[in-house]
Design a binder for this molecule. Structure first.
Ligand SMILES: [Zn+2]
Length: 400
């Protein structure tokens, strides 16, 4: 007799193929109960990638021809796995000369900082980075939780705004991102990719609130100035437009990660709230981000990763639920740092999350477990570790 697979939350509806619940933002199920990301992964196999690659080649050749002595394109990078793969494709395969730009969340892990600097050296590219000041990051991290339900507004908004500002300032129209929006979200499909560029895109999908809406007693409009996208006039004058490489070349993050590790010395790390070491490896706060998603919506990063593995036939749906449940519910170590910089108590944190819970989970409190696994990465920003180390060493009292 066949027993039904037991799902993490009985009251939630899950995709019949993978482990994604109906609480995922923007998720759509078809008549058979299959989520859009699962449908996309099927489409992906039937796409004529040879033809798409030709389109990419034309597009890049065009950009090169127009660029003159200026850069051919802007590549927003974090130092994560996608950044390195993007640079491999653009610099090594197509001979582009990009200007790489980074909006720093100012929460770099040690491994992440190594990966970013190593990528700049490996590909020998020019780089511009914007880093918001420490106290601004801390104040925004506090404000962000209640406003959007995670700690990362400054990163969502900055990652959206800064590359556009750079495009306008350096007069470089073409922006090139990595993974297709169709890959893991329900917001686009491979048959209908996001081609049309929308300068408010990041505000809509991840930042959710405009800089103006984030103002409060502790945050002025002046503080929030760096998070504004350029004016429509400026964007149109430069002709800013963007593409995702994943809409033109077959995206396989497992294979790509293996490749960049071998070829360019990119390093994975142990990630909180995840069982793979490569997603958002550059940020010490990723575990907190994913934990808030779990508290609000009943799934975290491990569910996300399990969905990808189930789609790719690497594990069964049942195995996916099991591993996801165990890891999503772990209290991340970085929560200590978050509470410290925001001056919130742990109960205030949980209370805020409780109020932001998805309606489908209204009568349920997702269980939380102490962390089982040791952290490999120190859950304090690498720069703070570096400063502490050097100041400590230079402290004359230590010599005595
Ligand atoms: Zn699915």
């Amino acid at each position: 007799m066949q027993t039904a697979t037991s799902t993490p939350f009985e009251s939630l509806r899950y995709c019949v193929r993978c482990c994604m619940p109906e609480t995922q933002e923007g998720v759509k199920f078809d008549d058979q109960g299959i989520c859009q990301a699962c449908q996309s992964s099927e489409q992906k196999i039937h796409i004529n990638w040879v033809e798409r690659e030709k389109r990419l080649r034309n597009l890049l050749e065009n950009a090169k021809a127009k660029a003159g002595n200026n850069y051919d394109c802007i590549v927003p990078i974090s130092g994560g796995k996608d950044s390195v793969f993007q640079l491999h494709v653009l610099v090594k395969v197509y001979g582009m000369k990009p200007l790489t730009v980074t909006f720093s969340h100012n929460w770099y892990s040690e491994t992440g900082w190594y990966n970013l600097q190593n990528a700049l050296q490996q590909f020998d590219v020019d780089h511009v980075m914007f880093t918001p000041n420490r106290s601004l990051v801390n104040r925004l991290a506090r404000r962000s939780l209640g406003m959007i339900g995670d700690a990362c507004w400054h990163c969502h908004a900055g990652v959206g705004a800064f590359p556009l500002q750079a495009a306008v300032r350096f007069n470089i129209p073409l922006l090139i991102w990595g993974e297709s929006v169709a890959e893991s979200s329900g917001r686009a499909s491979y048959e209908d990719p996001v081609h049309k560029f929308d300068r408010e895109y990041f505000t809509k999908v991840s930042a959710k609130r405009s800089p103006k809406e984030m103002t409060c007693g502790a945050l002025s409009e002046r503080d929030l100035y760096p998070f504004n996208v350029p004016s429509l006039d400026d964007v149109e004058r430069v002709g800013v437009h963007g593409i995702h490489l994943g809409d033109y070349i077959f995206w396989d993050e497992e294979r790509q990660t293996e490749f960049i590790c071998q070829e360019y010395g990119w390093k994975e790390t142990e990630m909180e709230g995840a069982y793979k070491g490569y997603k958002s490896a550059e940020c010490i706060m990723a575990g907190v981000h994913d934990f808030t998603c779990y508290l609000k919506r009943g799934y975290g990063r491990a569910t996300f990763q399990a969905c990808v593995d189930v789609r790719n036939g690497l594990m069964t749906r049942e195995e996916g639920f099991k591993i996801a449940q165990a890891i999503d519910s772990e209290r991340p170590g970085a929560l200590d740092y978050y509470l410290k910089i925001t001056d919130l108590s742990e109960s205030e944190f949980y209370e805020t999350m409780r109020q932001l819970k998805h309606l489908k989970l209204i009568d349920i409190n997702p269980p939380v477990h102490p962390k089982q696994r040791q952290n490999r990465e120190v859950t304090v920003p690498f720069f703070e570790q570096l400063i502490a180390k050097h100041r400590y060493r230079q402290d004359p009292r230590e010599e005595a």
